[in-house]
Design a protein around this ligand. Sequence first.
Ligand SMILES: [Zn+2]
Length: 388
Amino acid sequence: MSGFKPSLIGLLVLTAACQSGLPERPEQPLVESIPEAPSSADSERDAAVLTRIDVYGASAPDAAGARVVLSFEGAPLFRQKQLPAEGVLPARIAVELEDAVWGDAVPVAQSIERGGLLRVRLATPNPRVVIDLQPGASGRVFYLTDPYRIVVDVTRAGKPLKKRRPLVVLDPGHGGKEPGAANDRYGLVESELALTLAELVAERLGEIMPRARVMLTRSTDVDLSLEARCAVANAVEGDVFVSIHLNASPEPVRKGGITTFVLDTTNDRQALRLAARENGTRVSEVTGIQSLLAKHHRKGQQKESLSLAADIQRNALKSGRTVLPKLADRGVRRAMFYVLVGARMPAVLLEASFLTYEPEARALGTRSYRRALAYGIASGIASYLRDH
Ligand SMILES: [Zn+2]
């Protein structure tokens, strides 16, 4: 059985209380003995368990940022403290957990020293995870659900902007244990198609915009978490991030079509359902979490994302219609896709066609339609980059 789940209201109140200045406990000294896992005896039967700490994006020595993801069984209340450097202690972010323990496999300390991160470590007496920052780095904290994760995005101190070739980060959706949607009748699997399309887009960009560099978040059929994808794009300072998916519906579809999404809150039922499916969550989680995540929006970035989305939508549709003249335009829309949260560049998620709409499913099995879609997506990206 999983641990207790606090209501989202509770979490929101806690966050709000922190911001309005709850008296803070003095920070414990940070030179500590190796912490014991907090006891889970007695009344703490329902304590959440910190099961993993993953660090993404910090593989290159010059990473512009990094992301720390704390994964839990159960959902602990937490509060964050941003603490300035003092004496020998670096600036740091402490994520204080309430009613939580950590598993034996969680490392007590990991030295990173890249992407703004010095190290990630566990500390006691109150169980907390401390993220030590490199000089000048900053970070922000949010959470995702199903499973419950606390995410800390760290940005390295600004480096001088140098003129460089634009970098396009393409993200083929799903992969590995998560094949995404499928159409058995036509032998179509979303993860495979998304990768094929991404490879074709990369190839095409090389032809029409040789100046651009292209990077794929995955180039094989591997598991890749939603959090990892945009963390990688941030770390390499991508200029655009395009997550490629195929749509599907459990109900019969009367028209398929193409949609390009930007990250935003929405009340649209269809968009909520789609976001829940792509996030691997329930609809109630998406609606609950989006008000909290809305705070992390950068308005300027959203304007650019809308512009990128419009370019991709228009070009993919135009090119797709060379093969399927009646291909429907579902437009540029907004939804809460976890994969886009925290992106520091214009970022969109494309649903390139419907696996469950017969004419599109049939066409997706052909090389000509795949190529038409990919060429359109590439033209859209190139068009955006030329104007910006
Ligand atoms: Zn998908």
